[in-house]
Each structure stands twice: as structure tokens, then as C-alpha cells.
Design a protein around this ligand. Structure first.
Ligand code: ADP
Length: 307
């Protein structure tokens, strides 16, 4: 509730009391027989005063509750962060031992006789263990990144979104793996370009890159992707749209949750943290994220940032 509304609610009972007192005085003063009503006027005033104090006490209590809730969630975030730091630290050694063991086994297998029929099978298993190990390492590092993002101070500078988006799309066009993909960038030029925003450039770039990487991942090679940006009175809006596989309707509301993956995406690489990272970054900039999607037709992910 806004401060103005609160003050209004605090003053309302006392104003009603004053109004009541005036009304009683004007209406009944001339009738001596109801002279007693003058006391009713004072009573109205006192009741109004007590009402105002009561409303004020309710707000004070509410403020204390809000502060306690904010402190509890800050503490929970801190504990989560410490836990993830410890987990990251504890898993580092076992993971690097597994990696070393795998490369040793790979090298020994390379020396094995090529006609040995089990060599290919072993190599396949080693490849699988290696990719799953990398998955765990990525998951831990992304979880840690996410919890760091919740508290890390923003490094704000004047960011030119025009340049940032051009750079992002250029990255895709220069990367040999994605160069063939159809990604178009639509930026306003008339009557003016997008204005600069005060933001953490690296984080905004990371958020936009996550959205574009998802569009590339969940759209087949023949599909199209559009990155478009525009402004309204208060915000800059960037949309990443694709005509890929889309998201089943019942799952759309869950996709921003940590580790959640829609059913149609589970066979594809990923860990379900990319969008949580996007949302955390955008919310830290006082912006909002949203998605429109139709299963089998495509999706439009939007971020809006205050100007
Ligand atoms: P990841 O892609 O690693 O699974 P994200 O957090 O980035 O994790 O996305 C969460 C889920 O949202 C994905 O698993 C997928 O189900 C859905 N999703 C995200 N982007 C798209 C997209 N462009 N098209 C279809 N589904 C998407």
C-alpha cells in the first residue's frame, strides 16, 4: 500500500469524527431539549481520534511483520548461498578425480588392440560418464551462479541495448554451429533508436543470451527466430520469438521455476536453470519477464526494463 493511502486511512477516522461533530452541532444546537447531543459530538471526535490511533497501530504492526519477513527471506537466501558454496567446494575434488580417471581410461583404451570388440563399447560408456559428469559440474556451477545473482551488487552503467542486441545476434551468426540459423533482429530507428538504460551490461547480456540460446535449442534448423525491441512510455521491451516446439499450456506457468523442464524438452540438453537466471537478473533491475507460447507453434519470451 502506498504511503499516501496509509496516511489517508490513518486520518480518515479522525476526519469522520470531526465531520460528525460538526454535523451534530449544526443540526441540534438550536434545540435545547437535545442539548445532550453536544456531548455526542465530543464523543464522535474522541472516537475518531481512537480510530486513527488504532489504524496507525495496525500499520506499525504490519510494517514490523513486513520487516521480519524480509529479514527471514534474506537469511534463507544467505543460508542457501552458503550451502551451495559448500556443495560446490565439496564436489570439486570428486568431480576432477572422475574426470582424470576418465581421461586415463580413455588413453588406455586408445592403446588397446583395435580388433578387440569390447573397446568401442567401453569408449561409449566412458563418453556417457564424461558427459554426465560435465552435466553435474554445470548444474552445480549454475545453481551457485543463480544464488550469487540474488545478492551480488549490480555494476550499473549506461547500456546501449541497440549495440548489445546487435552483438548478441552477431555471436550466433559468427558461430559455425549456429551460423546457418535464421535469426533476425528488429530494432526501431524511426523516429529514434532505443534510449540507453542504466543497467549491469554483463548480466543483461547473459539474460538475453539465455533466451536466444533457448530459442535456438527448441526450434529446429529450418525454423525462424526474431529478436525485437521497442519502447513504451515507461519501459524498454525485448522479445525473443521463435516458431519452434512451443510449451504445453499446462506447463507454461512452471517454466520459470528452478530445475523445471517441460515434458517435451526433457530429451534435450539443459538443466532447467536458464530461465530462473533470466528472471533473477531482470527482477534485480526492477523489470519483469513473461512468455506467450502455443504448443507446436512457438514461443515469445519478453523482458521489460524500466527506462
Ligand atoms: P533448459 O533450457 O536448460 O531446460 P530453461 O530454464 O532455460 O532450462 O528453460 C526451462 C524450460 O522452459 C525448458 O526446459 C523448456 O521446457 C522451456 N523453454 C524455454 N525456452 C523455450 C523455447 N524457446 N521454446 C520452447 N520451450 C522453451
Amino acid at each position: 500500500m502506498s504511503i499516501k493511502k496509509r496516511y489517508f486511512l490513518i486520518l480518515l477516522p479522525i476526519l469522520l469524527g470531526v465531520g460528525f461533530a460538526l454535523w451534530v452541532r449544526l443540526k441540534f444546537e438550536f434545540f435545547p431539549i437535545i442539548h445532550l447531543q453536544v456531548d455526542a459530538a465530543s464523543l464522535g471526535l474522541v472516537a475518531g481520534g481512537i480510530g486513527s490511533i488504532a489504524v496507525m497501530l495496525i500499520f506499525v504492526h504490519q510494517n514490523a511483520l513486513d520487516r521480519a519477513r524480509a529479514a527471514a527471506s534474506k537469511q534463507a537466501a544467505l543460508e542457501r548461498r552458503q550451502f551451495l558454496q559448500r556443495l560446490d567446494h565439496e564436489l570439486k575434488n570428486p568431480l576432477s578425480t572422475i574426470k582424470m580417471g576418465l581421461s586415463y581410461l580413455g588413453a588406455r583404451l586408445g592403446d588397446a588392440l583395435p580388433e578387440d570388440p569390447s573397446t568401442g563399447e567401453f569408449q561409449e560408456f566412458i563418453g556417457q560418464i564424461d558427459s554426465q559428469t560435465q552435466r553435474i559440474a554445470r548444474l552445480i556451477s549454475d545453481l551457485r551462479k543463480l544464488s550469487d545473482l540474488e545478492v551480488r551488487p549490480l555494476d550499473r552503467i549506461a547500456v546501449d541495448l541497440n549495440q548489445l542486441l546487435e552483438q548478441l545476434v552477431e555471436e550466433v551468426q559468427k558461430n559455425p554451429e549456429t551460423a546457418v540459423r535464421q535469426v533476425s533482429l528488429l530494432l526501431p530507428n524511426v523516429p529514434w533508436q532505443l534510449p540507453e538504460i542504466d543497467a549491469d551490461e554483463d548480466l543483461i547480456f547473459l539474460a538475453l543470451r539465455n533466451l536466444l540460446e533457448n530459442a535456438l535449442k527448441y526450434t529446429d534448423e529450418a525454423g525462424s527466430i526474431e529478436v525485437r525491441a521497442y519502447e513504451n512510455y515507461r519501459q524498454l521491451i525485448v522479445e525473443v520469438a521463435d516458431n519452434g516446439m512451443g510449451i504445453p499450456e499446462s506447463e507454461i506457468e512452471h517454466i520459470w521455476s528452478e530445475l523445471y523442464r517441460a515434458e517435451n524438452a526433457r530429451g534435450m540438453p539443459g538443466n532447467g536453470l536458464g530461465l530462473s537466471i533470466v528472471r533473477t537478473i531482470i527482477r534485480r533491475h526492477a523489470g519483469e519477464v513473461s512468455v506467450r507460447s502455443r504448443n507446436g507453434q512457438g514461443s515469445v519470451f519478453s523482458i521489460s526494463l524500466p527506462k
